[in-house]
Design a protein around this ligand. Structure first.
Ligand code: OKS
Ligand code: ZN
Length: 342
Protein backbone atom coordinates (compact mmCIF):
# COMPACT_ATOMS: atom_id res chain seq x y z
CA UNK A 1 0.00 0.00 0.00
CA UNK A 2 1.04 3.52 -0.79
CA UNK A 3 1.88 5.83 2.14
CA UNK A 4 2.01 9.63 2.09
CA UNK A 5 4.27 11.26 4.68
CA UNK A 6 5.61 14.73 5.43
CA UNK A 7 8.46 15.40 7.88
CA UNK A 8 6.78 18.75 8.64
CA UNK A 9 4.90 17.02 11.47
CA UNK A 10 8.11 17.35 13.52
CA UNK A 11 7.58 21.13 13.59
CA UNK A 12 4.69 20.55 16.00
CA UNK A 13 5.99 19.53 19.39
CA UNK A 14 3.89 20.77 22.31
CA UNK A 15 5.53 20.97 25.72
CA UNK A 16 2.84 19.72 28.05
CA UNK A 17 -0.80 18.87 28.68
CA UNK A 18 -3.06 18.64 31.69
CA UNK A 19 -3.69 15.02 32.73
CA UNK A 20 -5.30 14.07 36.04
CA UNK A 21 -4.32 17.33 37.67
CA UNK A 22 -0.73 17.25 36.49
CA UNK A 23 1.11 19.01 33.70
CA UNK A 24 2.76 16.13 31.83
CA UNK A 25 4.73 15.90 28.59
CA UNK A 26 2.37 15.72 25.58
CA UNK A 27 1.33 12.20 24.62
CA UNK A 28 0.83 13.40 21.06
CA UNK A 29 4.53 13.67 20.14
CA UNK A 30 6.64 13.51 16.95
CA UNK A 31 8.03 10.07 17.79
CA UNK A 32 4.60 8.62 17.04
CA UNK A 33 4.78 9.27 13.31
CA UNK A 34 8.46 8.39 13.08
CA UNK A 35 7.89 4.97 14.65
CA UNK A 36 5.03 4.25 12.24
CA UNK A 37 7.23 5.31 9.34
CA UNK A 38 10.03 3.00 10.51
CA UNK A 39 7.61 0.08 10.78
CA UNK A 40 6.29 0.72 7.26
CA UNK A 41 9.86 0.55 6.02
CA UNK A 42 10.70 -2.61 7.99
CA UNK A 43 7.62 -4.37 6.66
CA UNK A 44 8.14 -2.97 3.13
CA UNK A 45 4.49 -2.16 2.84
CA UNK A 46 4.97 -0.09 -0.29
CA UNK A 47 6.22 3.25 -1.60
CA UNK A 48 6.39 6.20 0.79
CA UNK A 49 5.77 9.43 -1.10
CA UNK A 50 5.91 13.09 -0.06
CA UNK A 51 2.85 15.32 0.12
CA UNK A 52 1.88 17.50 -2.83
CA UNK A 53 0.45 20.96 -2.17
CA UNK A 54 -3.20 21.68 -2.79
CA UNK A 55 -3.26 24.94 -0.87
CA UNK A 56 -5.85 26.33 1.50
CA UNK A 57 -8.93 26.07 -0.71
CA UNK A 58 -9.76 22.42 0.09
CA UNK A 59 -9.20 23.12 3.80
CA UNK A 60 -11.54 26.12 3.65
CA UNK A 61 -14.25 23.84 2.21
CA UNK A 62 -14.49 22.31 5.70
CA UNK A 63 -13.14 24.89 8.14
CA UNK A 64 -14.28 28.40 9.09
CA UNK A 65 -12.12 31.19 7.65
CA UNK A 66 -11.85 32.87 11.05
CA UNK A 67 -10.40 29.70 12.57
CA UNK A 68 -7.89 29.37 9.73
CA UNK A 69 -6.82 33.03 10.12
CA UNK A 70 -6.43 32.46 13.85
CA UNK A 71 -4.33 29.29 13.43
CA UNK A 72 -2.08 30.92 10.85
CA UNK A 73 -1.42 34.06 12.89
CA UNK A 74 -1.65 32.87 16.52
CA UNK A 75 2.02 32.06 17.06
CA UNK A 76 3.39 35.37 15.78
CA UNK A 77 0.80 37.27 17.83
CA UNK A 78 1.83 35.27 20.91
CA UNK A 79 5.59 35.50 20.25
CA UNK A 80 5.24 39.28 19.90
CA UNK A 81 4.21 39.28 23.56
CA UNK A 82 7.64 37.74 24.32
CA UNK A 83 6.32 34.70 26.15
CA UNK A 84 8.47 31.68 27.02
CA UNK A 85 5.96 28.81 26.68
CA UNK A 86 3.49 27.37 24.19
CA UNK A 87 0.25 29.17 23.56
CA UNK A 88 -2.61 27.35 25.33
CA UNK A 89 -6.25 28.33 25.76
CA UNK A 90 -7.71 28.61 29.25
CA UNK A 91 -11.14 30.28 29.01
CA UNK A 92 -13.98 29.01 26.84
CA UNK A 93 -17.36 30.51 25.90
CA UNK A 94 -19.33 27.83 27.77
CA UNK A 95 -23.10 28.09 28.30
CA UNK A 96 -22.79 30.61 31.16
CA UNK A 97 -20.85 33.08 28.98
CA UNK A 98 -21.43 35.08 25.81
CA UNK A 99 -20.39 33.99 22.32
CA UNK A 100 -18.66 37.07 20.92
CA UNK A 101 -15.15 36.80 19.54
CA UNK A 102 -12.72 38.79 21.74
CA UNK A 103 -9.74 40.78 20.40
CA UNK A 104 -6.88 39.19 22.38
CA UNK A 105 -5.01 36.11 21.22
CA UNK A 106 -5.96 34.21 24.39
CA UNK A 107 -9.59 35.23 24.10
CA UNK A 108 -9.66 34.16 20.47
CA UNK A 109 -8.01 30.84 21.33
CA UNK A 110 -10.86 30.14 23.77
CA UNK A 111 -13.35 31.16 21.09
CA UNK A 112 -11.84 28.74 18.55
CA UNK A 113 -11.26 25.74 20.86
CA UNK A 114 -13.23 23.48 23.20
CA UNK A 115 -10.40 22.19 25.40
CA UNK A 116 -6.77 22.78 26.35
CA UNK A 117 -5.30 19.81 24.47
CA UNK A 118 -4.15 21.92 21.54
CA UNK A 119 -0.86 23.73 22.23
CA UNK A 120 0.25 26.14 19.54
CA UNK A 121 4.02 26.28 18.99
CA UNK A 122 6.18 28.07 16.42
CA UNK A 123 5.77 25.25 13.89
CA UNK A 124 2.19 24.22 14.56
CA UNK A 125 0.59 25.92 11.57
CA UNK A 126 3.10 24.47 9.09
CA UNK A 127 2.66 21.02 10.65
CA UNK A 128 -1.14 21.02 10.60
CA UNK A 129 -1.23 22.51 7.09
CA UNK A 130 1.11 19.76 5.86
CA UNK A 131 -0.88 17.09 7.71
CA UNK A 132 -3.95 18.15 5.71
CA UNK A 133 -1.88 18.10 2.50
CA UNK A 134 -0.80 14.53 3.35
CA UNK A 135 -4.48 13.52 3.49
CA UNK A 136 -5.26 15.41 0.27
CA UNK A 137 -2.32 13.81 -1.56
CA UNK A 138 -3.45 10.32 -0.54
CA UNK A 139 -7.00 11.27 -1.58
CA UNK A 140 -5.69 12.25 -5.04
CA UNK A 141 -4.00 8.89 -5.45
CA UNK A 142 -7.32 7.14 -4.75
CA UNK A 143 -9.07 9.44 -7.23
CA UNK A 144 -6.42 8.38 -9.75
CA UNK A 145 -7.33 4.73 -9.28
CA UNK A 146 -5.22 3.52 -6.34
CA UNK A 147 -7.20 0.89 -4.41
CA UNK A 148 -5.96 2.02 -1.00
CA UNK A 149 -3.62 4.57 0.53
CA UNK A 150 -2.33 5.48 3.97
CA UNK A 151 -2.13 9.16 4.94
CA UNK A 152 0.37 9.22 7.79
CA UNK A 153 -1.13 12.40 9.22
CA UNK A 154 0.24 14.09 12.30
CA UNK A 155 -1.18 16.09 14.05
CA UNK A 156 -4.41 14.06 13.97
CA UNK A 157 -7.74 15.61 13.03
CA UNK A 158 -10.97 13.90 14.06
CA UNK A 159 -11.78 16.14 17.05
CA UNK A 160 -11.43 19.34 15.01
CA UNK A 161 -14.81 20.82 14.14
CA UNK A 162 -15.49 23.42 11.44
CA UNK A 163 -14.65 26.29 13.78
CA UNK A 164 -13.40 24.79 17.07
CA UNK A 165 -10.30 22.71 17.80
CA UNK A 166 -9.45 20.34 20.65
CA UNK A 167 -8.04 16.94 21.65
CA UNK A 168 -4.67 17.28 19.84
CA UNK A 169 -6.54 18.11 16.59
CA UNK A 170 -6.39 21.34 14.55
CA UNK A 171 -7.51 20.57 11.00
CA UNK A 172 -9.85 17.65 10.32
CA UNK A 173 -7.78 15.71 7.81
CA UNK A 174 -10.39 12.98 7.22
CA UNK A 175 -13.19 15.51 6.69
CA UNK A 176 -11.04 17.58 4.32
CA UNK A 177 -10.33 14.46 2.26
CA UNK A 178 -14.02 13.45 2.29
CA UNK A 179 -15.08 16.88 1.03
CA UNK A 180 -12.40 16.74 -1.67
CA UNK A 181 -13.81 13.43 -2.96
CA UNK A 182 -17.27 15.01 -3.16
CA UNK A 183 -15.98 18.18 -4.82
CA UNK A 184 -14.28 16.03 -7.45
CA UNK A 185 -17.43 14.14 -8.39
CA UNK A 186 -17.89 11.31 -5.92
CA UNK A 187 -21.45 11.17 -4.62
CA UNK A 188 -21.19 9.30 -1.32
CA UNK A 189 -18.36 8.95 1.17
CA UNK A 190 -18.36 6.75 4.28
CA UNK A 191 -16.08 7.54 7.21
CA UNK A 192 -15.33 4.76 9.71
CA UNK A 193 -13.68 6.13 12.85
CA UNK A 194 -11.96 3.35 14.81
CA UNK A 195 -10.01 5.61 17.19
CA UNK A 196 -10.69 5.05 20.90
CA UNK A 197 -12.20 8.54 21.16
CA UNK A 198 -15.37 9.70 19.47
CA UNK A 199 -14.69 11.76 16.35
CA UNK A 200 -16.85 14.67 17.45
CA UNK A 201 -15.33 17.03 14.87
CA UNK A 202 -16.05 14.78 11.91
CA UNK A 203 -19.55 14.04 13.19
CA UNK A 204 -20.30 17.75 13.58
CA UNK A 205 -19.03 18.70 10.14
CA UNK A 206 -21.31 16.22 8.36
CA UNK A 207 -24.17 15.93 10.88
CA UNK A 208 -26.84 17.49 8.66
CA UNK A 209 -25.73 15.80 5.44
CA UNK A 210 -26.46 12.49 3.75
CA UNK A 211 -23.55 12.56 1.31
CA UNK A 212 -21.20 11.52 4.12
CA UNK A 213 -22.03 8.58 6.41
CA UNK A 214 -20.16 8.77 9.71
CA UNK A 215 -19.70 5.60 11.77
CA UNK A 216 -17.67 5.68 15.00
CA UNK A 217 -16.70 2.99 17.53
CA UNK A 218 -15.40 4.54 20.74
CA UNK A 219 -15.27 4.68 24.53
CA UNK A 220 -18.66 5.61 25.99
CA UNK A 221 -18.61 9.41 26.30
CA UNK A 222 -20.48 9.17 29.61
CA UNK A 223 -17.11 8.06 30.99
CA UNK A 224 -14.58 9.12 28.39
CA UNK A 225 -13.25 12.09 26.45
CA UNK A 226 -14.78 14.01 24.64
CA UNK A 227 -17.68 13.53 27.13
CA UNK A 228 -20.11 15.90 25.41
CA UNK A 229 -20.66 14.08 22.11
CA UNK A 230 -20.59 10.50 20.86
CA UNK A 231 -23.80 9.05 22.32
CA UNK A 232 -25.80 6.39 20.50
CA UNK A 233 -28.85 8.65 20.15
CA UNK A 234 -26.94 11.12 17.94
CA UNK A 235 -28.18 9.88 14.57
CA UNK A 236 -27.96 13.00 12.41
CA UNK A 237 -30.30 15.92 11.79
CA UNK A 238 -32.43 17.11 8.85
CA UNK A 239 -31.20 15.56 5.60
CA UNK A 240 -28.48 13.88 7.68
CA UNK A 241 -30.93 11.95 9.87
CA UNK A 242 -29.86 8.30 9.83
CA UNK A 243 -26.39 9.03 8.44
CA UNK A 244 -24.54 9.15 11.75
CA UNK A 245 -23.94 5.94 13.69
CA UNK A 246 -22.26 6.03 17.10
CA UNK A 247 -21.28 2.73 18.67
CA UNK A 248 -20.04 3.55 22.19
CA UNK A 249 -18.54 0.70 24.22
CA UNK A 250 -17.70 0.40 27.93
CA UNK A 251 -14.19 0.61 29.34
CA UNK A 252 -12.46 -2.75 29.28
CA UNK A 253 -13.96 -3.80 25.94
CA UNK A 254 -11.83 -6.30 24.04
CA UNK A 255 -12.15 -7.80 20.57
CA UNK A 256 -15.36 -9.66 21.38
CA UNK A 257 -17.30 -6.42 21.93
CA UNK A 258 -15.21 -4.29 19.60
CA UNK A 259 -15.35 -6.76 16.74
CA UNK A 260 -19.15 -7.00 17.11
CA UNK A 261 -19.41 -3.21 16.87
CA UNK A 262 -17.16 -3.25 13.80
CA UNK A 263 -19.49 -5.81 12.24
CA UNK A 264 -22.48 -3.50 12.82
CA UNK A 265 -20.59 -0.53 11.45
CA UNK A 266 -19.47 -2.44 8.38
CA UNK A 267 -23.03 -3.62 7.70
CA UNK A 268 -24.25 -0.02 7.77
CA UNK A 269 -21.43 1.05 5.44
CA UNK A 270 -22.28 -1.78 3.01
CA UNK A 271 -25.94 -0.76 2.99
CA UNK A 272 -24.94 2.83 2.25
CA UNK A 273 -22.99 1.79 -0.88
CA UNK A 274 -20.42 4.59 -0.76
CA UNK A 275 -18.04 5.41 -3.61
CA UNK A 276 -15.13 5.43 -1.19
CA UNK A 277 -14.30 4.66 2.45
CA UNK A 278 -12.16 6.81 4.73
CA UNK A 279 -10.89 5.14 7.90
CA UNK A 280 -9.97 7.45 10.76
CA UNK A 281 -7.28 5.11 12.03
CA UNK A 282 -6.47 5.53 15.71
CA UNK A 283 -4.76 2.69 17.54
CA UNK A 284 -5.36 4.01 21.05
CA UNK A 285 -7.76 1.05 21.42
CA UNK A 286 -4.62 -0.98 22.26
CA UNK A 287 -4.50 -2.80 25.60
CA UNK A 288 -1.39 -0.91 26.70
CA UNK A 289 -2.43 2.57 25.56
CA UNK A 290 -1.57 5.00 28.37
CA UNK A 291 -4.71 7.17 28.08
CA UNK A 292 -7.39 4.70 26.93
CA UNK A 293 -9.33 1.72 28.30
CA UNK A 294 -10.00 -0.83 25.54
CA UNK A 295 -8.11 -4.09 25.28
CA UNK A 296 -7.27 -4.79 21.65
CA UNK A 297 -4.15 -6.88 21.04
CA UNK A 298 -1.50 -6.65 18.31
CA UNK A 299 -3.23 -9.48 16.41
CA UNK A 300 -6.66 -7.83 16.62
CA UNK A 301 -5.40 -5.06 14.34
CA UNK A 302 -4.75 -7.61 11.59
CA UNK A 303 -8.33 -8.86 11.95
CA UNK A 304 -9.58 -5.27 11.86
CA UNK A 305 -7.80 -4.67 8.56
CA UNK A 306 -9.19 -7.89 7.10
CA UNK A 307 -12.78 -6.96 7.98
CA UNK A 308 -12.38 -3.50 6.48
CA UNK A 309 -10.95 -5.02 3.29
CA UNK A 310 -14.01 -7.27 3.00
CA UNK A 311 -16.08 -4.13 2.31
CA UNK A 312 -14.31 -4.11 -1.07
CA UNK A 313 -14.19 -0.33 -1.30
CA UNK A 314 -11.44 2.05 -2.33
CA UNK A 315 -10.06 2.93 1.10
CA UNK A 316 -8.15 5.90 2.43
CA UNK A 317 -6.61 5.36 5.86
CA UNK A 318 -6.00 8.59 7.79
CA UNK A 319 -3.87 8.43 10.95
CA UNK A 320 -5.48 9.64 14.18
CA UNK A 321 -4.50 8.67 17.78
CA UNK A 322 -2.41 6.00 19.54
CA UNK A 323 0.03 6.71 22.35
CA UNK A 324 1.69 3.40 23.27
CA UNK A 325 4.66 4.42 21.14
CA UNK A 326 6.50 1.10 21.53
CA UNK A 327 3.59 -0.61 19.75
CA UNK A 328 2.12 2.15 17.57
CA UNK A 329 4.08 1.04 14.50
CA UNK A 330 3.13 -2.63 14.83
CA UNK A 331 -0.55 -1.92 15.48
CA UNK A 332 -0.98 0.67 12.75
CA UNK A 333 0.84 -1.33 10.10
CA UNK A 334 -0.98 -4.50 11.21
CA UNK A 335 -4.27 -2.88 10.15
CA UNK A 336 -2.79 -2.08 6.75
CA UNK A 337 -1.25 -5.55 6.38
CA UNK A 338 -4.51 -7.19 7.41
CA UNK A 339 -6.26 -5.06 4.79
CA UNK A 340 -3.79 -6.20 2.15
CA UNK A 341 -4.21 -9.85 3.16
CA UNK A 342 -0.57 -10.24 4.15
C1 OKS B 1 -6.41 15.47 28.50
C2 OKS B 1 -6.47 14.30 27.53
C3 OKS B 1 -7.46 14.55 26.44
C4 OKS B 1 -7.59 13.34 25.58
C5 OKS B 1 -7.52 13.70 24.14
C6 OKS B 1 -7.75 12.52 23.27
C7 OKS B 1 -6.96 12.61 22.02
C8 OKS B 1 -7.20 11.47 21.11
N1 OKS B 1 -5.42 16.43 28.14
N2 OKS B 1 -8.22 11.52 20.28
O1 OKS B 1 -8.49 10.56 19.41
O2 OKS B 1 -6.52 10.47 21.06
ZN1 ZN C 1 -7.98 8.91 20.32
Amino acid sequence: MLTIYSADHQLHHGQCELIDGQLLPCFEKPERADIILARLETRQLGPILPAQEYGLAPIARVHDQGLLDFLRSAWSRWAALDQPGDLLPYTWPTRVLGQQKPASVHGQFGYYSFDAGVPITAGTWQAVYSSAQVALTAQQHIMAGEKAAFALCRPPGHHAAADQIGGYCYLNNAAIAAQAFLDQGYRKVAILDVDYHHGNGTQGIFYDRQDVLFVSIHGDPAAEYPFFLGYADETGVGAGEGYNLNLPLPAGSGWQQWGAALERGCQRISDYQPDVLIVSLGVDTYEDDPISCFRLTNADYLTMGQRIAALQLPTLFVMEGGYAVEAIGINTVNVLEGFEGR
